[in-house]
Design a protein around this ligand. Structure first.
Ligand code: SD4
Length: 293
């Protein structure tokens, strides 16, 4: 691995903490939605990952975040796009789902809505991390929209965060949150908040959360494509995800990966990128965190 033992340990405990917060929500009898919310909030609050605190820098040196959450039991969804200064974008996405008649709010409109729900704005400095700043410095004066490729440890994994869960009722949910891509254009929106692209959940098929080069994930309609392959071709989650990640995305140069779960509790975690930090926990005793290929 290209990580120092210390950094490796920090990533591992960050992932485990997120898994635990999601799992404990389920143990308390909460729904899959509450579980993915808890897991993603834990990752947004962790500056190691590219979501909430620790989000990457835009070309203008700001942090613009996207997030979405979806309930597979009724196909309800909420999303926010290109928002600044919100500590937990995934919470705001859930509020859009629960307290508006809309699915997605962006920019200032999303912030106006947040104010009506009692959110306060964090200063830009809250989102700062040296690692993301260094990354941005390397590409700031170019036209490159860097993937998360250039951090000092030469880590080529993406930092977007996501969670999928199934609860005891067989309801699935998915949540994704991201700062997007380093040096992205002001106003650029990635796949994460777009239902069916970076995020999707449907009890009849699966819940999916993606990370990777968003433009390609939008064009491939990735998350819904996995669901479609299951629904209309009768494929298993693993088979469907394999086609999308290892074949369809690869053919158009779409680097990244995804995590998924179906209503029976089958899971799949696949990527065509150099790596993907990931973990699984369930009630049969499986509790695994993996930061290696
Ligand atoms: C995006 N999919 O905005 C995200 C990028 C990502 O870690 O995964 N970054 O395109």
């Amino acid at each position: 691995t290209d990580l120092t033992p210390e950094l490796e340990q920090t990533y591992t405990s960050g992932l485990q903490a997120a898994l635990d917060s999601g799992y404990h929500a389920l143990q308390k009898g909460q729904s899959a939605i509450e579980a993915v919310l808890a897991a993603v909030i834990s990752l947004e609050d962790n500056p190691l990952f590219n979501a909430g605190k620790g989000s990457v820098f835009t070309k203008q040196g700001k942090h613009e975040m996207d997030a979405a959450i979806m309930d597979g039991s009724n196909l309800q969804a909420g999303a926010v796009a290109a928002i600044q200064q919100i500590k937990n974008p995934i919470q705001l996405a859930l509020d859009v789902m629960r307290h508006t008649e809309h699915v997605m709010l962006s920019g200032q409109g999303a912030l106006d809505f947040a104010a009506t729900r009692g959110y306060t704005l964090e200063p830009d400095t809250y989102f700062f991390s040296q690692q993301r700043y260094n990354q941005w410095q390397q590409v700031q004066h170019t036209d490159t929209t860097a993937l998360d490729h250039n951090i000092p440890v030469k880590d080529k994994k993406f930092g977007t965060v996501g969670a999928v869960a199934v609860d005891s009722q067989g309801n699935v949910a998915a949540a994704t949150s991201t700062g997007g891509m380093t040096n992205k254009q002001f106003g650029r929106i990635g796949d994460s908040p777009i239902i069916g692209c970076g995020t999707y959940a449907n009890n009849h098929t699966c819940a999916i959360s993606c990370t990777g080069h968003g433009e390609l994930f939008i064009r491939a309609v990735t998350a819904y494509d996995v669901s479609c392959l299951m629904e209309y071709k009768g494929l298993s989650l693993q088979e469907a995800m394999h086609i999308v990640v290892q074949d369809k995305l690869v053919k158009i140069g779409g680097e990244g990966g995804m995590i998924g779960v179906d209503s029976k509790g089958n899971t799949a975690l696949l990527f065509n990128s150099e790596g993907m930090y990931r973990g699984v926990r369930d009630n049969t005793g499986i509790n695994e965190v993996n930061i290696y290929k």
